[in-house]
Write a protein that binds this ligand. Structure first.
Ligand code: GAL
Length: 483
């Protein structure tokens, strides 16, 4: 067979197309000023940015803060890129006023931040560190004074090192509830939106099974399933504690990186397969929380390794939520299968494109499908949905004039927000979007090698510089539309 070069192939196509035009009569094409359909978000849609305490605060030993498992882990040689730690990070502990000005300049109405548990309870439980609480009071006051509504995550992976056994111990779930009760008793008059935990799989499986995150253990299935149980129990007890200590009208939810399944094509059978996959593959976390029980298939699959559940656990775990926060970065694709599961998750080919972090495979429709799958499956259990994180790393370069032209990040955000708009316009109750992240920060095991911010941080001077993406996001917020 004659080999066809790309150029020849192209020519062939053009010729064939020309022939087709000759015989088929097409509607008249009008050239000139294009009239794009405006991708405008519903009125009142909330725009925000997200960060997490250990990633931005620094001040690791300031004013009586106790160590967290991430302090210990990052100080252990070989655990993070370059031995990077969160000791200083963005020093938001001292520079928080500047950071609030960055938010104000963007025009966001909301800010998602987390609290460092060991800043408030240096050993995780018992003795309170008033200075830690004072710090968060100052941050919250500063946000409110600038008309920015705080959305607070109680726990974003920085488990107090003083808690014996960490998440292996059921006592940690109880200590978490006490911490939630204390915090909301003191901040609940000012803060109306709370999230218990961030991304279960990252502090359970990645920390205790894979060992890539703190505390860096590699435990077998039985203990890992118990750790997962303690994590969702902490969430449930946390919801109860927050509700018991806050005025009515307070909104409680969580931030979860549910595994996202987009259908390989949008036909009925593949859409149904994506729904089945969403429920089954999120079994240990979101599914159990929203169903209020472990799926039978999960328990059967785990057999003797299934978690031990105490009386009352499931009631707490299934506590009703006001909103579900979805952290969204990358898709998996599924297709329908004639098998008991009813679906197959596709393997991504080596050629599948990704952003600067290899795990961020590009598939903007994932943001549409995560909202749609969760809302279709759980309906009134997810009365409102937020995208609590979405964003990307980029190989950002600070030019001598202070500019960072992160066009890849803009491309990523524009495409995701276009897809999210589809969910909003189809009537799914998506209420807001938090971009990850306000500024470059300590990216866990990747240290400072992966920048996710829309503000560039010079980690030597701690100076912040808006990137092109900050300009783009500011315009998105101002116009309430994707442009
Ligand atoms: C999320 C996590 C954030 C941030 C982001 C980018 O999984 O919640 O803390 O690091 O990923 O990797």
């Amino acid at each position: 067979m004659k080999t066809i070069t790309r150029r020849q192939f192209g020519k062939g196509v053009t010729a064939a197309a020309a022939a087709a035009y000759a015989v088929v009569s097409l509607p008249q094409l009008v050239f000139g000023e294009p009239q794009p359909k405006r991708i405008e978000y519903p009125k009142g849609f909330l725009w925000g940015c997200a960060t997490a305490a250990y990633q931005i605060e620094g001040g690791a030993q300031a004013d009586g803060r106790g160590p967290s498992l991430w302090d210990t882990f990052s100080h252990t040689p070989g655990k993070t890129y370059h031995g990077d730690t969160g000791d200083v990070a963005d020093d938001s502990y001292h520079l928080y006023k500047q950071d609030v000005q960055l938010l104000k300049n963007l025009g966001v109405s909301t800010y998602r931040m987390s609290l460092s548990w060991s800043r408030i309870f240096p050993s995780g439980t018992g003795q309170v560190n008033q200075k830690g609480l004072d710090y968060y009071n100052r941050v919250v006051d500063e946000l409110l004074a600038n008309n920015i509504t705080p959305y607070i995550t109680m726990f974003h992976w920085d488990t107090p090192a003083g808690l014996q056994g960490g998440w292996q111990s059921r006592d940690t779930s109880k200590a978490f509830a006490d911490y939630c009760a204390f915090v909301t008793k003191h901040l609940g008059d000012k803060v109306k939106h709370w999230m218990t935990t961030n991304e279960f799989v990252c502090f359970t499986d990645l920390g205790y099974k894979i060992g890539q995150f703190a505390p860096g253990l590699k435990l077998p299935a039985g203990p890992v399933n118990q750790i997962r149980h303690h994590a969702i129990l902490a969430h449930g007890l946390g919801v109860q504690a927050i509700r018991a200590n806050t005025p009515s009208g307070t909104q409680v939810g969580l931030a979860e990186n549910a595994s996202i399944f987009a259908p390989v094509m949008e036909t009925r059978e593949h859409i149904e397969a994506a729904r089945k996959a969403t429920r089954a593959e999120n079994a240990p976390f979101l599914t159990t929380i929203l169903d209020g029980k472990y799926p039978e298939s999960y328990l059967t699959e785990q057999g003797a390794d299934a978690p031990k559940v105490a009386e009352g656990d499931m009631r707490a775990i299934g506590s009703p939520l006001d909103f579900v926060g979805l952290n969204t970065y990358n898709p998996s694709y599924v297709k329908a299968a004639d098998s008991p599961k009813g679906y197959v998750v596709e393997t991504m080919p080596a050629s599948y494109p990704h952003m600067y972090s290899p795990w961020i495979q590009i598939g903007p429709e994932c943001i549409y499908w995560t909202v749609r799958n969760v809302c279709d499956i759980w309906k009134d259990k997810a009365p409102a949905v937020f995208i609590t994180e979405n964003g990307t790393s980029s190989d950002d370069v600070l030019a001598p004039d202070g500019r960072v032209e992160d066009v890849d990040r803009v491309m990523y955000l524009r495409n995701h927000l276009t897809q999210l708009h589809r969910a909003a316009s189809e009537g799914y109750p998506v209420k807001g979007y938090f971009l990850w992240s306000l500024m470059d920060n300590f990216e866990w095991a990747d240290g400072y090698s992966k920048r996710f911010g829309i503000h560039y941080v010079d980690f030597k001077t701690l100076k912040r510089y808006p990137k092109l993406s900050a300009e783009w996001y500011k315009n998105t917020i101002a116009t309430n539309a994707v442009e």
